[in-house]
Write a protein that binds this ligand. Structure first.
Ligand code: MRU
Length: 351
């Protein structure tokens, strides 16, 4: 029932997580949840210009690979509407699309979604809007489809209860509405197969502590927030029997790029002999990138590491290294599960 508006295009309502859609369309502009304010405040923000959309993507007001893909596509729709209103040429919309495609470099979904709506530009704004909404709807359908397939696989590999280690936020907030790894947690929960979920806080921007915990709370599951450094020990001590994460880009050989801190979990999982399962839509797969070394890993501001809120926590003059993502080599990846298939990179299977 809660998903009915997806099928009926009725506009913003409440998703399975109890949240409004992460990214939505409201006639002539986009609407996003400002994720920087969660969990203290649930604020919806109207996005009426490409500059506003790029800024929202860069400051992680909208974040998560599938969600920034949908946001990028809607950004092109915003540009197409502005072009018609202001009498600008089609070439201008293409330049705006170029700017959107590179707002963040790592998640391939952004570039993929912008290129997917680009052919509609020459047919006018309504065609671009329709193309963007199709990407949103496909992402929602993907979340629903992948949940069942990955839950089957995880129960098969781990038995029950499944005690999950996760990292960052791969939930409804990272996608248009449903989620990737956390849609599997939800499916396990409703099957009565879920034990506990260990949630890494995910320094420096705390997507785990702020966003995944928020979603787990709304779902009413048993979860614990832990510092990132505790994840490998939770695995070694047997507190969890499965790692479930999302991805920002998966290379042709099965190397997985995801939020920094995923790789140590994969090492620990391999050592402990538990599955490391990556859940992602097909739009996150990048067969054009041969392996993880060819993925551009975004480096973000040093201040995200050096400051705690407004307060400096390091000695004056301290420098920081702040890669937003890391790459887990294919041989450590037990499975990549999409809405269409299961790939086993550690068995040498390629995309
Ligand atoms: O920097 P973020 O918050 O955009 O990073 C997000 C992640 O790393 C997620 O795990 C990934 O995008 C998968 S979301 C389904």
């Amino acid at each position: 029932l809660v998903w009915n508006h997806v099928l009926m295009n009725e506009g913003p309502q409440i998703s399975p997580s109890g949240l409004p859609p992460t990214v939505d369309w409201a006639g002539d502009h986009a609407v996003i949840i400002d994720q920087t304010l969660l969990p203290a405040e649930l604020r919806l923000v109207a996005i009426r210009t490409v500059d506003e959309m790029i800024a929202a993507i860069k400051r992680l007001a909208v974040r998560g690979a599938p969600a920034i893909g949908v946001a990028g596509a809607m950004g092109v729709a915003v540009a197409a509407i502005a072009a018609e209103r202001e009498g600008r040429p089609v070439a201008w919309v293409h330049l705006e699309a170029d700017r959107l495609a590179v707002a963040r470099p790592t998640a391939v979904n952004l570039r993929w979604a912008v290129e997917r709506v680009r052919p509609a530009i020459e047919f006018g704004a309504p065609a671009v809007v329709a193309a963007a909404l199709a990407i949103r709807d496909a992402d929602i359908a993907s979340g629903m489809a992948v949940a069942a397939r990955a839950a089957d696989l995880v129960i098969d590999l781990c038995g029950t209860p499944v005690n999950v280690q996760t990292h960052c936020n791969a939930g409804s907030l990272a996608c248009a509405e449903v989620g990737s790894a956390l849609s599997v947690v939800r499916a396990l929960h409703f099957r009565g197969a879920l034990g506990v979920v260990h949630v890494d806080e995910t320094r420096p921007l705390l997507q785990g502590a702020r966003l995944t915990a928020y979603e787990m709370n709304a779902l009413g599951v048993n979860y614990r927030v832990q510092v990132d450094g505790a994840g490998p020990s939770a695995i070694r001590l047997g507190l969890v029997n499965c790692v479930l994460i999302g991805a920002d880009r998966i290379a042709a050989n099965g190397d997985v790029c995801n939020k920094v801190g995923s790789y140590p979990l994969a090492l620990a999982a391999a050592r402990a002999g538990i599955p490391f399962v990556v859940v992602a839509p097909e739009s996150t797969l990048d067969p054009m990138t041969p392996d993880g070394t060819a993925i551009e890993v975004e480096e973000r501001s040093e201040d995200e590491v050096l400051l705690w809120g407004d307060r400096h926590i390091c000695p004056p003059g301290a420098r920081a290294w702040n890669p937003a993502f890391d790459v887990t080599p294919a041989d450590l990846v037990s499975a990549v599960v999409t809405e269409a298939r299961v790939i086993r990179p550690n068995r040498g299977e390629r995309l």
